[in-house]
Design a protein around this ligand. Structure first.
Ligand code: TEU
Length: 549
């Protein structure tokens, strides 16, 4: 995995277009809005945009329910807008990554409409249909968004499977016609010049080989990593990926260091990179010791074999400064510290829109203000079981996907400069304080820091290809590691916490400064390094990167 490749050097900026910039006043962002802001995105120094799904869709799950893979959602714009977005992105030296949803379609997709029409329709087998068991669903499996992944189709008397919402029936990947149709669709977009694919919910493509009850239905791992999955990915690579100079990243739920490497091992010809969720899904709040262990195990397992990703938030996960930093007294400091960490750990860094100005999670007052289908379904389920509505709402707020879906803050004008209409989802009231315009005027802003960090990567191969060694052990707040590549040696020091802390280097050689440490970048002004005893004091949420000259 040391072999240089452009995609390994990527810094990706995720654009949740419906919440980015609205140009036509309907309250929903659009592709024209993304085009309008391309110079801003370019100014960050990122190399690639990941744009969330914009295919035609009834929009039950914000575009993750596609009804026409060859058309643009009307809310997003037209095919001409898309073509211009691609050209304009390329004209600025950046690449475009599309988000493709191939595990399921919308229930309004013509394939599904045909499939459900009669039991002997030629497309019946394009989805997963099963008979019920004694008037009950075929199995006790849950879906991500509902108590059951099975929905009875009254007309034909069978159940179809949906791993997500009822309106998102799962495709049957065991059927070669389905696979060929998906490959054809991918080629259509790649032939247009799309440079990358973010492949949604990939771990779910292969279904369990037996339709039998799960022992613990709440742990939905059984929906993922089933036999046949890697055959599909190798076929997809053979049929599509390898014929284009692209970057592929798979969303692989429940990937572990042992199973994850199988998706990205360069010898296996499946995907370039993956997202795993050991942090975003499985670490509810900051846990430094656990985080270090996760990083170390992934670094060990990917070393020399494949490439991973680094992210702490996206459109499904609460904003990182609120969840993993301190969005009150240390909002700017902790936003910078988390950024330093994500950009200096091994793997491709992802920035979710608004993260670069330290946007925080939202708290809407009523369930009616929330739009996230996952949250709303969970609310209905819990209240239905007798939960107190106010308590249920409170329990769902911290991790609601809407935390990161509230619109981007451009300036302090009405609706944060996002729209002249009524926004589809409420704006976070703190936009007057946290917005791009204001950040642009402050040389010490989070935004200015992101620009420095990203520029640093473009001239520092050590950030991309460097070996990684954690030298901080199990310290619960300090994270200190080395990156080394081709004679360049870096030491990154991070103090994740609200009090000053002293770090003592374990290794005598480093402590004795056999090299001269030069500060490459830091979150705070400083002229000191470590002293002769090999100790160094870091302020709350301070991060420093040293090069050993
Ligand atoms: O998410 C899939 C998914 O499994 C997430 O719900 C989960 O939180 C996690 O990140 C993976 O373990 C994708 C999309 O990102 C999400 O927005 C869609 O709702 C979902 O697929 C269905 O298409």
């Amino acid at each position: 995995s040391r072999k240089p490749a452009w995609w390994k050097e990527s810094v990706v900026y995720q654009v949740y277009w419906r919440s980015f910039r609205d140009t036509d006043g309907d309250g929903i962002g659009d592709l024209k809005g993304v085009i309008e802001k391309l110079d801003y995105i370019r100014s960050l120094g990122v190399t690639m945009l990941w744009v969330n799904p914009f295919n035609e869709s009834p929009d039950k799950d914000n575009g993750y329910d596609v009804s026409d893979y060859y058309a643009i959602m009307k809310k997003a714009g037209t095919m001409a807008d898309f073509d211009r977005l691609l050209t304009e992105t390329h004209a600025r030296g950046m690449k475009l990554m599309m988000d493709v949803v191939v595990n399921h379609t919308s229930d309004r997709h013509p394939w599904f409409i045909e499939s459900r029409s009669t039991r002997n329709n030629p497309k019946r087998d394009w989805y997963i249909w099963q008979d019920g068991k004694d008037g009950e669903p075929p199995t006790n499996w849950r879906s991500y968004f509902n108590p059951s992944c099975w929905e009875l189709d009254e007309a034909t008397g069978q159940y179809y499977m949906h791993s997500f919402a009822t309106e998102q029936p799962d495709l049957n990947w065991a059927n070669p016609e389905v696979r060929e149709e998906i490959y054809k669709m991918l080629r259509f977009w790649l032939d247009k010049g799309v440079d990358g694919l973010r492949l949604d919910a990939l771990a779910l493509l292969a279904k369990p080989d037996k339709y039998a009850d799960a022992e613990n239905p709440r742990d939905i791992r059984y929906l993922t990593h089933n036999p046949g999955l890697h055959d599909y990915l190798q076929e997809m690579n053979r049929e599509v990926f390898r014929h284009y100079d692209i970057m592929t990243v798979g969303e692989i739920a429940f990937a572990t260091p042992e199973t994850g490497v199988l998706f990205v091992d360069e010898e296996r010809n499946e995907l370039n990179t993956l997202f795993h969720f050991e942090v975003a899904d499985e670490m509810p709040e900051w846990d430094m010791v656990r985080f270090k262990r996760i990083q170390m195990l992934w670094a060990e397992s990917l070393k020399g074999r494949g490439f991973g990703s680094q992210f702490l938030n996206n459109h499904d996960h609460t904003r990182q400064v609120s969840r993993y930093g301190n969005d009150k007294e240390y909002r700017e400091e902790s936003a910078k510290l988390l950024a330093t960490m994500i950009h200096t750990l091994p793997g491709i860094p992802y920035i979710y829109q608004g993260e670069e100005i330290g946007m925080t999670g939202v708290r809407y007052e009523t369930i009616g203000d929330y739009q996230d289908i996952a949250m709303i379904n969970k609310y209905v389920e819990e209240v239905g079981k007798g939960g107190d509505p106010a308590a249920v709402l409170r329990s769902l707020q911290p991790l609601s996907r809407d935390n990161s879906r509230s619109p981007m803050h451009w300036d302090d004008s009405t609706n944060a400069g996002f729209t002249k209409g009524t926004p589809w989802i409420k704006i976070n009231p703190n936009y007057r304080e946290i917005n791009v315009e204001r950040a642009e005027q402050d040389p010490n802003s989070v935004l200015a820091f992101y620009r420095k960090l990203i520029a640093l990567r473009s001239r520092s191969p050590v950030m991309v290809y460097g070996d990684f060694t954690d030298i901080s052990g199990d310290d619960a707040h300090l994270y200190v590691y080395m990156r080394e590549y081709d004679g360049t040696k870096w030491i990154v020091l991070l103090n994740h916490g609200e009090s000053p802390r002293i770090f003592t280097f374990p290794e005598a050689a480093i402590a004795q400064k056999t090299h001269n440490p030069v500060l490459v970048l830091g979150t705070h002004e400083t002229s000191e390094t470590w002293n002769d005893e090999g100790t160094i004091e870091l302020r709350p949420y301070e991060a420093r990167i040293y090069e050993m000259k």
